[in-house]
Design a protein around this ligand. Structure first.
Ligand code: DGY
Length: 312
């Protein structure tokens, strides 16, 4: 029985698959081109894809009727056609919880980088422009007293809220249903009107696609900050470029649309956009735990048990 893992994974979790007698093919490249995925997936019983692999009906059908489980190496599952999996009786699992803290940490890192103009400061020093201390050099925003508006108050949103409170920020949030939390729950439009910083933590679904459209970006407070460590598709990128050219103070983006953001994209030219290459969960321990979870899920299904982290 063969399992395809679409990228090398940190740690040794895959050894457990081999110990159970599974043949494990690990794709070695940085990319897995679509044609190669379609070829390699033929005949597998299990697939461990990353967020870069679009796993749709075509991939499932190429795998054939033996495919029993798609054990995502991610918490987000927007890259998998869940309906197609359901229709074919294929289980889909993910890695919730384990990357909450790492992603919340990165969100705060981006917030500090944007608010305190960290990248500009580093470049200023490195490029030999640091000639004197000056009271007006590279002034940024003080976080204490600002209002953070969290959109999507799941595990990661809540972990961001805790961290923001430690910086003296006031927290408000928007989610489909109010939760028993010590922060005001607001309608999205009210949140945009009140928040100095808007941080996105909602999953990407047809309902949330381009949630931050032009109108909503410009409904944010002038001088506000947008953070996105969730999915690039939540934001209208073209409108964001415009909003960053005068309306907003800045944006911290770990995810983009398109992703990867191609060289020469207008966002890179903006000093007030701090962009990282989808590093939210990129702590070594976190990434090793994600691998262990994906393996636990995959083995459970192949052994006829309920997986610990099912999606469908
Ligand atoms: C996820 O898990 O969905 C992240 O985007 C990648 O770790």
């Amino acid at each position: 029985m063969r399992v395809l893992v679409t990228r090398t994974l940190p740690g040794n979790a895959l050894d457990r698959l081999r110990e159970r007698g599974l043949e494990v093919e690990v794709h070695q490249g940085l990319f897995l081109p679509r044609e190669e995925l379609l070829r390699k997936v033929q005949g597998v019983v299990g697939l461990i894809p990353t967020v870069e692999d679009r796993v749709d009906a075509e991939v499932m059908d190429r795998a054939g009727p033996g495919l029993r489980v798609i054990a995502c190496y991610s918490v987000g599952v927007d890259h998998v056609d869940l309906e197609a999996a359901k229709a074919r009786g294929i289980r889909v699992t993910h890695t919730p919880g384990v990357l909450t803290e790492a992603t919340a940490d990165l969100t705060l890192a981006l917030l500090l980088a944007v608010a305190r103009r960290l990248v500009e400061g580093v470049e200023h020093a490195r490029e030999g422009r640091w000639q004197a201390w000056h009271p007006e050099l590279l002034l940024g925003l003080d976080l204490g007293g600002l209002t953070l508006g969290i959109v999507g108050m799941g595990r990661i949103g809540q972990a961001v809220a805790q961290r923001a409170q430690a910086f003296g920020m006031r927290v408000v949030y928007h989610s489909r249903t109010p939760k028993p939390l010590p922060y005001p729950h607001l309608a999205l439009e009210a949140l945009l009107a009140q928040a100095d910083v808007v941080s996105l933590h909602a999953p990407l679904t047809p309902e949330t696609h381009r949630l931050m459209n032009r109108e909503r970006l410009f409904a944010m407070k002038p001088g506000g900050i947008l953070l996105n460590t969730a999915r690039g598709g939540l934001v209208d990128t073209e409108a964001l470029v415009e909003a960053l050219e005068g309306h907003l103070f800045g944006a911290g983006l770990d995810v983009t649309d398109p992703e990867p953001l191609p060289p020469g994209h207008p966002l890179y030219a903006l000093k007030n956009a701090v962009i990282t290459p989808h590093l939210g969960s990129a702590g070594r321990r976190t990434r090793e735990r994600m691998a262990a979870m994906a393996v636990d899920n995959l083995l459970a299904v192949l052994e006829g048990q309920e997986p610990p982290n099912p999606v469908v």
